[in-house]
Design a protein around this ligand. Structure first.
Ligand SMILES: [Cu+2]
Length: 153
């Protein structure tokens, strides 16, 4: 998992403030999701991108999957520069640590929604169901409401 190793570095670069390693028990990690959005694709296309901020209080958790009624399938993607070209790659998970939120956004790590429902319009809201797993293997599902934005927003 080459890309998983890169993610904490990227998160630390984006966020100057960084607390020390969290050696707390995995139980009771509190997950908070903010500013979720999905970008409606151009007419005739059905692949949408999306993002959000994910915070955790307590032990680290992994975001291992996303589902929604608004699309057939959602993947977690990284974005990186390789030989001067931006490349997207699917990854299995993103790790969220206290003080190191996962930032999913345009131009960076992001969600990719395939088979996005063309009936959904800018200004609508869609629910995203986020599945997390903690270090004990316990899972936690968080549902967040994402704003549907236009390509130029
Ligand atoms: Cu992508």
């Amino acid at each position: 998992m080459l890309f998983r190793a890169l993610i904490p570095v990227a998160a630390a670069l984006m966020l100057a403030a960084c607390s020390g390693p969290a050696d707390k028990p995995a139980t009771g990690s509190v997950i908070e999701v903010k500013d979720a959005f999905v970008v409606k694709p151009a007419a005739g296309r059905d692949v949408a991108s999306g993002g959000m901020m994910v915070y955790v209080t307590g032990a680290p958790v992994d975001l291992i999957g996303v589902s929604t009624d608004a699309a057939d399938r959602v993947e977690l993607h990284t974005m990186s520069m390789e030989d001067g070209v931006m490349q997207m790659r699917q990854v299995d998970s993103f790790t969220v640590s206290e003080g190191e939120p996962v930032v999913l956004q345009r131009g960076g790590n992001h969600l990719m929604l395939f088979g996005f429902d063309s009936a959904i319009q800018e200004g609508d809201k869609v629910d995203l169901s986020l599945e997390f797993r903690d270090s004990d293997g316990a899972s936690q599902t968080v549902v967040t409401s994402a704003d549907v934005k236009g390509l130029g927003d």
